[in-house]
Design a protein around this ligand. Structure first.
Ligand code: FMN
Length: 200
């Protein structure tokens, strides 16, 4: 069974909603999602690393704070250097998602940071694979998938309201789609690895 770890931080609940949507997408594709929420002040990630070692893919999520990943997310990233030394995540599938208050909010930079982080670990990055949902200036509909037009990862906007009402349906559906896409890619990658070993 393909297992996908979703490793994320959320201070005010918005990224938590999106993480759970990603998990729903993973489950809908027949894989097993494991949600690992980074707590503020957390410094010991050994349990996370143990789950990650058993997972076929890792999906990283962070709110955008000051145009980048949040400090707790960065603490996790830096702590993962101990995995990096042994290249423990090499050739695992990776993807990312972020939430910010503004439609842009410089959140591309957050996803770029996560993609570089995955590349440093030798991982294989999966983007949204979705065409932009609102590629015109006549509609601000919030129920359209990939309305923020991101290829590198799932973007969501939480516009200064509680996590009960925002992010809206389109961004949440984008997160579900990313979870499905990563689960499907991880299953193919896993089957391909088995074939390669069998042929050797
Ligand atoms: C310290 C801090 C910095 C933030 N920086 C940005 C930013 O650069 N761009 C943006 O659009 N929103 C910014 N926000 C808003 C958050 O991205 C937004 O509230 C997000 O939904 C928080 O996610 P969470 O509820 O999962 O913690 C910032 C919020 C905080 C607390």
């Amino acid at each position: 069974m393909t297992q996908i770890a979703i490793i994320y931080h959320s201070a005010f609940g918005h990224t938590d909603v999106i993480a759970k949507d990603v998990a729903a997408g993973v489950a809908a594709a027949g894989a097993t999602p494991v949600l690992l929420a980074i707590e503020a002040g957390q410094t010991d990630f050994d349990e996370f690393f143990a789950v990650a070692a058993e997972s076929d893919a890792l999906i990283f999520g962070s709110p955008t704070y000051m145009g980048n990943v949040s400090a707790p997310a960065k603490t996790f990233m830096d702590a993962s250097a101990k995995v990096w030394f042994g290249q423990g995540w090499k050739d695992k599938i990776a993807a990312g998602f972020t939430v910010s208050a503004s439609p842009s909010g410089d959140k591309l930079n957050t996803l770029t940071s996560l993609a570089i982080f995955a590349a440093q670990h030798g991982m294989v990055w999966i983007g949204t694979g979705q065409m932009p949902g609102n590629n015109d200036d006549t509609s601000a509909a919030t129920d359209v998938e990939n309305r923020l037009g991101s290829f590198i990862g799932a973007m969501a906007q939480a516009a200064n309201e509680s996590a009960e009402v925002t992010p809206k349906a389109g961004d949440r559906a984008t997160a579900v789609s990313l979870g499905k896409r990563v689960a499907e890619a991880a299953a193919r990658w896993r089957a391909g690895a088995r074939e390669t070993v069998a042929a050797a």
